[in-house]
Design a protein around this ligand. Structure first.
Ligand code: ASP
Ligand code: MG
Length: 457
């Protein structure tokens, strides 16, 4: 069997869901389990209405709820036609009645808790999965809705609940496997689950990919397909380099580096359960289903090119901490990083010298407060409008002299920090933010002019 996960834009309206149905139809022989996100933007809207209700703004919350109801009704009626929609109407209606009641309750109490937040947020996936299952059935696809809250069993850490794998796997065997055996297409909402007491939980924003990986691992899927609105993972941002090319196959480690350094790709941490079981994950485009996408696997062929991709992360600030008197005395680094920790500022690149430490952080973090704190320890300077550029490829491990090749291309540029991570598969440096396009274009031209067809499309 396989798992096919469709993100919010892939189910955003009737047309999109129609496309999903025909993509799934083409895979029936593989016994798909379909996992869907909420329709695009719905989770955001649900959280807004939960907050409004929590602030006692009952009218605002209910108004948002009605517009959401309208959108789901319109989508369903367009997909199902009048006769079928009349039958299905009460199923959707019951959900909206429950949501309406919940919002009134929250507004009456005037308080929103993590538990009620999850309850409100869960409606997005509950609704989308019901609509998609009904749309499949209307197209002769034997769609069978499965309520993920009866399958994905989690702890009670609302808003970022952690799965209990053994119980979840047992539920998969009990509730999903029989459907597959009888030739049905299970349709499940991502993102949502329930604790052992049956109370609704969610596993964190963007969690549907994680759900797909949990289900795929539990059912020993042959592969997991993550359907989005891009052709897969590209060699670089196509808005910067129009000649960016699709990567056919990439390792989990490479994809993780890219995700960390700003590339808009699936974050491999979210598909860890699949990685651990060696189940390949594909990134595919629901608007261009014949494109083969990108395959992410534990070990990927490396091909002849040194790098797989170039990513850039903008809005970076360099923080320089100089300690002329202490000469990086014992405990100094610890004191510095404790300050970062206290201010909950995450650090990306670090470089040290005998007398100073430079680190990069996201510019939108609480830097002035952090700097004031650090100033008690040492001299502190910080400078914004920087960017991290990251070249990724497992071939970096073997080949010497690569840094020389890269920096020769950038001889006229001011390179601020350089690091080759312990993973040995990325070469990272910091430049002025406004030089990102030119630097990436030059490097792309140098390292991606001729591409190994085994690895690149
Ligand atoms: N709908 C949820 C969110 O927007 C989960 C997901 O789409 O993956 O965060
Ligand atoms: Mg998503």
């Amino acid at each position: 069997m396989i798992v096919m996960k469709f993100g919010g834009t892939s189910v955003e309206d009737a047309k999109a869901i129609d496309r999903v149905a025909s993509i799934v139809e083409g895979r029936l022989a593989k016994q798909p389990v379909v996992v869907v996100s909420a329709m695009a933007k719905v989770t955001d809207t649900l959280l807004t209405m939960a907050r409004a209700a929590g602030e006692g703004e009952r009218k605002t919350a209910l108004k948002l709820c009605r517009s959401l109801q309208e959108r789901h009704y319109n989508t369903a009626s367009e997909l199902l036609g009048t006769a079928l929609f009349t039958e299905f109407h009460s199923e959707l209606g019951a959900e909206f009645e429950a949501l309406d009641e919940l919002l009134r309750g929250i507004a009456a109490v005037g308080e929103i808790t993590p538990r009620t937040t999850d309850h409100v947020a869960s409606f997005g996936e509950v609704l989308s999965s019901r609509i998609v299952a009904a749309a499949f059935a209307a197209r002769g696809l034997k769609g069978a809705h499965v309520d993920s809250r009866e399958v994905l069993i989690t702890d009670s850490a609302y808003m970022s609940a952690i799965p209990h794998y053994e119980e979840t796997n047992a539920r998969l065997q009990e509730k999903v496997t029989p459907l597959l055996d009888s030739g049905q297409v299970p349709v499940m909402g991502g993102f949502i689950g329930a604790n052992r007491a049956g109370i609704t939980t969610t596993i964190g924003r963007g969690g549907s990919d994680f759900s797909a990986a949990i289900f795929g691992a539990g059912l020993a899927a042959e592969k997991i397909e993550i359907w989005t609105d891009v052709d897969g993972i590209l060699t670089t941002d196509p808005r910067i380099c129009p000649d960016a090319r699709r990567i056919k196959v990439i390792s989990f480690d490479e994809a993780a580096e890219l995700a960390y350094f700003g590339a808009k790709v699936l974050h491999p941490a979210t598909v860890l359960p699949a990685i651990q079981k060696n189940i390949p994950v594909y990134v595919l485009n629901s608007c261009n289903p014949s494109c083969e996408g990108t395959r992410i696997t534990t070990r990927a062929p490396q091909g002849k090119n040194i790098f797989k991709a170039i990513a850039a992360k903008k809005r970076i600030t360099i923080v320089d901490v100089a300690a002329p008197r202490m000469l990086l005395a014992h405990g100094f680094l610890r004191a510095i990083f404790e300050a970062f920790d206290r201010h909950k500022v995450a650090v990306d690149v670090v470089s040290t010298s005998e007398v100073s430490v430079s680190v990069t952080v996201d510019s939108n973090q609480a830097i002035p407060a952090l700097a004031a704190d650090l100033a008690k320890l040492a001299d502190v300077k910080y400078e914004g409008r920087k960017a991290i550029v990251c070249l990724v490829g497992e071939n970096l491990r073997q080949k010497p002299g690569i840094a020389g090749l890269v920096f020769r291309e950038l001889a006229d540029k001011k390179i601020r920090m350089i690091s080759q991570g312990a993973s040995e598969i990325n070469l990272t440096f910091v430049i002025e933010e406004d030089e990102v396009p030119e630097v990436i274009q030059r490097l792309h031209k140098t390292f991606f002019a001729e591409l190994d067809p085994e690895v690149f499309a």
